[in-house]
Write a protein that binds this ligand. Structure first.
Ligand code: ATP
Ligand code: MG
Length: 396
């Protein structure tokens, strides 16, 4: 496909449902697209009420397409050619752009959003089709054409398109506040991150590392996952929590069967502290009911008990197969299945409690000064920016 497209036309999705907020959303989407495409210096974005147009100039349409496909708030987009709203120019643009030397079937679908344009849609269709039929071996097929030529006539310009690509859907990241996502090296939490961002919520990630029990490789893997996930919001701050001392203290003071539950409670306390520092309004995890012994409703009760912040679990009711499919689709699966340990797999007890009791958690926690250790974790966090295109960023 080497049509000489000079524009990408962007259609808004669920945005149109949100009446009053529409302007905020469009503004945010515009900003997000600007940010996502800043690696393409000659590109220009024009924002209109119901569409956005990207003028490609010297940029490669397919490279821009890959970036645009990840921006939430876009329902679909198309490569387009822009002409003046003049019938001769419209026909000429079609003739120059369509691959008329190949044998194809086609259909023309014109729409006048400018009702002052003197020619009605049907007539535009007929004029363009006649010209194509005269100058090529193309044949009309209104039901199942190889090429559907969409012509949108506006007052100031006309756009001609032949393809329509699905957008990422959802809402523009940033319109829904901010959440802290607990990002492990597994399959589920990158998917949870994706789903959270898709609702328009900007995320920062927290990873608990327990060196020397967890390796530098494990951390690098998480940073790579964060980088992959950052493609959906532009950039991403990752907080690496030095978790070893707290984890060791848990093992010294509690029954092994409660270790995972207590560890999760500590994770949430640290996450709540970081959320407060970073003005985030929720904590998000990749937990799924029933998936492993520690992910039961009883366990969630015990975990939620340490903070009032909303605990969002986007994959809570998904099957592992569904989560894996989504991980593959968003491009994190291959990295997730690399074999490095995270802090949970290293201390996995033989018989984790499936129905932990809050009073027992409190009993164990009373045996040591966990608050000081939690505080130490929050204070010694290492915060690193990651960007979709760049290597690991600067220290924050
Ligand atoms: P995942 O595939 O996301 O690792 P999992 O099925 O392995 O999930 P668990 O290991 O029980 O499940 O973890 C449940 C959730 O707790 C994770 O999805 C993640 O949100 C959080 N979590 C677990 N370990 C860590 C860690 N080391 N750092 C940050 N978050 C973690
Ligand atoms: Mg895990």
């Amino acid at each position: 496909m080497d049509y000489k497209y000079d524009h990408i036309l962007i259609r808004y999705g669920e945005l149109s449902l949100k009446g009053k907020n529409r302007n905020t959303f469009i503004k945010q989407l515009h900003e997000n697209i600007k940010k996502a495409t800043k690696g393409f210096p000659t590109l220009e974005i024009e924002r209109q009420h119901d569409r956005m147009y990207i003028y490609l100039h010297d940029e490669d349409a397919n490279q821009v397409k890959d970036v645009i496909a990840k921006v939430f708030g876009i329902s679909s987009f198309s490569f387009a050619i822009k002409t003046n709203s003049d019938m001769d120019e419209i026909i000429q643009a079609c003739m120059q752009t369509l691959p008329l030397q190949e044998k194809k079937t086609f259909k023309v679908a014109a729409r006048r959003s400018d009702k002052n344009f003197p020619i009605i849609s049907d007539q535009i269709n007929r004029m363009v089709a006649t010209s194509i039929l005269k100058n090529s071996e193309w044949k009309v097929d209104v039901h199942n054409p190889d090429v559907k030529i969409v012509i949108e006539v506006h007052a100031d310009a006309t756009y001609i398109m032949t393809d329509k690509y699905p957008g990422a859907g959802g809402y523009p990241v940033g319109v829904g506040g901010k959440a802290m996502v607990l990002l492990s090296g597994g399959i589920d939490s990158p998917v949870a991150s994706y789903l959270m961002m898709k609702r328009g919520v900007r995320i920062e990630c927290i990873h608990y590392a327990s060196p020397p029990y967890t390796s530098e490789n494990a951390k690098e893997k998480v940073m790579e996952l964060a980088r992959l996930v950052s493609g959906y919001q532009g950039d991403l701050l990752v907080h690496i929590v030095p978790f070893t001392n707290l984890q060791l203290a848990i093992y010294q003071n509690a029954d092994e069967s409660y270790a995972i539950t207590l560890m999760r409670r500590m994770m949430m306390r640290i996450a709540a502290g970081l959320a407060q520092n970073r003005k985030a309004l929720a904590i998000c995890t990749g937990e799924s009911v029933g998936q492993v012994a520690s992910q039961t409703l009883e366990s969630m009760v015990a975990i939620n008990e340490v903070t009032n912040l909303p605990m969002i679990r986007p994959v809570v009711c998904m099957d592992k197969i569904e989560i894996i499919d989504l991980a593959k689709k968003i491009g994190t699966y291959e990295t997730s299945i690399l074999p490095y340990e995270d802090c949970c797999t290293i201390f996995t007890p033989k018989n984790p409690v499936t129905k932990p009791r809050v009073d027992k958690c409190k009993q164990y926690e009373a045996r040591f000064d966990y608050e000081a250790l939690v505080q130490e974790c929050i204070e010694n966090v290492q915060s690193i920016w990651v960007h979709p295109q760049k290597e690991e960023g600067d220290l924050f």
